[in-house]
Design a protein around this ligand. Structure first.
Ligand code: PRP
Ligand code: URA
Length: 211
């Protein structure tokens, strides 16, 4: 799906990302390996996502007594995972951002309700929204609406996603042009069951429950 909308960032195609995605797409990959290799991709997504947060100048003194004009992140962040699969991305965020606050939104696919549990000051934070799969976009749109209802400015939302369908990208970006989506790969399409193809199957089942 190229060119991608301006607010969608796809991880660069490298041998590493191709090999990691091949492992997690393979139906014969064991649950242990699925978790290990998904976690590797999630870590790369978080690292890329952090590149898109604003910084301000900060000058420090090094142990040699010299000044260094550097930067620090501007403002506070939090994570918000879309349950259940999004919870698999929480650890990757914690590994990069120590003691980060993490909220949750329970959304069942194809259902209208959402049960949020968000940090009380969520509106004052950059929100890293976590969900590995963007299929029709229904769940992501609902979660983004919940964040907006809680006064999070749209341009402070960064949606981190492992695998996206063009349909989901279109649905989210045609409604929201100010947030950013960082994804590891944009797949071909959705099948008749609204699964991403070629895809990787049901992420939540493979990460949390399959043998
Ligand atoms: C998956 C995934 C997303 C949603 C994407 O969750 O984690 O939340 O589907 O599909 P959509 O873009 O069409 O809304 P699922 O409902 O399978 O639940 P799970 O997280 O419990 O596995
Ligand atoms: N959720 C998944 O886990 N996989 C898909 O392909 C679509 C939604």
């Amino acid at each position: 799906m190229f060119p991608l909308p301006a607010n969608v960032i796809c991880l660069p195609r490298t041998n590493q990302i191709d090999a990691l995605l091949t492992m997690i797409r393979d139906k014969d990959t064991t649950r242990g390996d699925f978790i290990f290799y998904s976690d590797r991709v999630i870590r790369l997504l978080v690292e890329e996502g952090l590149n898109h947060l604003p910084v301000v100048e900060k000058t420090i003194l090094t142990p040699t007594g010299k000044e260094f004009k550097g930067v620090q992140f501007k403002g506070k962040i939090c994570g918000v995972s879309i349950m259940r699969a999004g919870e698999a991305m929480e650890q990757g965020l914690r590994e990069c951002c120590r003691s980060v606050r993490i909220g949750k939104i329970l959304i069942q696919r194809d259902e209208e309700t959402a049960q949020p549990k968000l940090p009380p000051d969520v509106k004052d934070r950059y929100v890293l929204l976590l969900d590995p799969m963007l299929a029709t976009g229904g769940s992501a749109i609902k979660a983004i609406e919940v964040l907006l209802e809680n006064d999070v400015p749209e341009d402070k939302i960064l949606f981190l996603n492992l695998l996206a369908a063009p349909e989901g990208i279109n649905a989210v970006t045609s409604k929201f042009s100010k947030l950013k989506i960082v994804t590891a790969f944009v797949d071909q399409a959705l099948n008749e069951k609204k699964y991403i193809v070629p895809g990787l199957g049901d992420f939540g089942d493979r990460y949390f429950t399959s043998p």
